[in-house]
Design a protein around this ligand. Structure first.
Ligand SMILES: C[S@@+](CC[C@H](N)C(=O)[O-])C[C@H]1O[C@@H](n2cnc3c(N)ncnc32)[C@H](O)[C@@H]1O
Length: 335
């Protein structure tokens, strides 16, 4: 193999490819948010010396590497019996661990151990980041309803109390905590979905954000971290984000918000996400500085990949035939 590229395809409603680009990194592995026909299909193009082109899907392990998940964590999730399709979904829903590590380093937590509650926990990218940068912490509880996310979480960490549906938690029964993380569902905000929004009382999945109010008012954790798709900062959704930030300000929090791209934090994935960091009382916070990307897509690929991940060769040949000579030569040079 002399080069590897992310191939993103956009399809129309009938599944016909309307746009296809090759990139030296993966253009957001997200498959599931909002689902439906707009979801990008991500493939890797391999080029062999003998001008043998093949295209394949990223494997679940590669997707998790692109999310900053260590192989040993991924292996634990896989050995819990979670299927490939669920592993893809979990990765697509999560937060790039490297980005979280940068954010958490700059939060300068003073507590030892830091008591954490992970709402919308997924497989616990938040805990992974705290562990990786050596912050002594104890997860007092999580809130998660997805069977496979819970399996993945339990496979990765020692037994953690899951309080289930965020909407039904009696916060008096939950131990106190210092840090509340809430990367609430992006389904109704993401460009890949119908964008029904996250207004309070709207009944959308993204409106679960407002359920976090009870946790924050009851426990008044010192630190908060929200994460969602970049579209939450769009003209359509910014007023809602401002309403949420106004609630936090009323509760005495100081807020810092920024869109960060995983590509700027050492990961070859173009994934822009909005992060809102809040501190109880007066505070100053700086988001982590960007670092140059030294890793390419090639570096995260597995050495040997099962045949089932490869695309039918006729489709590959059609794709290659559709490239200009100039483009094909550039690919062969590994550019
Ligand atoms: C954007 S993902 C967050 C992923 C997580 N940050 C991670 O590290 O993998 C949103 C999560 O919220 C969960 N969720 C959806 N509805 C929920 C509810 N009512 N209560 C608790 N969790 C819920 C979903 O199952 C999903 O795992």
């Amino acid at each position: 193999m002399i080069a590897a590229y992310g191939v993103s395809r956009t399809r129309d409603k009938k599944g016909v490819i309307i746009k296809q680009t090759t990139l030296p990194w993966v253009n957001c592995i997200h498959r599931n948010c909002g689902g439906g026909w707009k979801t990008m299909e991500i493939l890797v193009l391999e080029i062999y010396m003998g001008k043998h082109y093949r295209i394949r899907k990223l494997t679940p392990k590669e997707c998790h590497r692109l999310m900053g998940v260590k192989d040993e964590d991924f292996d634990k999730m896989k050995s819990a019996g979670i299927s490939d399709s669920q592993l893809y979904k979990l990765a697509g829903n999560s937060i790039v661990v490297d980005v979280l590590e940068g954010i958490f380093r700059n939060m300068k937590f003073k507590e030892n151990p830091l008591r954490v509650f992970e709402a919308f926990a997924g497989y616990g990218s938040q805990s992974m980041a705290l562990r990786n940068i050596g912050i002594p912490h104890e997860v007092v509880g999580i809130s998660e309803i997805d069977k496979y996310a819970i399996m993945a979480y339990n496979a990765t960490y020692s037994k953690t109390e899951n309080y289930g549906d965020i909407a039904t938690i009696d916060w008096d029964t939950v131990p106190d905590f210092d840090f509340f993380t809430y990367s609430f569902p992006c389904t109704d905000i993401s460009n890949a979905g119908a964008q029904a929004g996250f207004d309070e009382g709207s009944g959308t999945r993204s409106s679960l954000l407002w359920e976090c109010r009870k946790a924050i008012a009851a426990k008044r954790p010192r630190y908060l971290l929200m994460e969602n798709v970049k579209a939450i900062t769009s003209k359509k959704f910014l007023p809602g984000l401002h309403r949420w930030m106004a609630f936090l300000s009323e509760q005495g929090y100081t807020n810092f918000v920024k869109v960060l791209n995983a590509n700027d934090y050492g990961v070859p994935q173009n994934r822009e996400r909005c992060f809102l960091v809040s501190f109880l009382g007066d505070a100053w916070y700086e988001f982590p500085e960007e670092i140059p990307l030294t890793v390419s897509l090639k570096d995260i690929l597995e050495d040997s990949v099962a045949e089932k991940y490869y695309l039918d060769q006729t489709r590959v040949d059609n794709f290659i035939a559709g490239l200009s000579d100039e483009k094909r030569e550039a690919l062969e040079r590994g550019e």
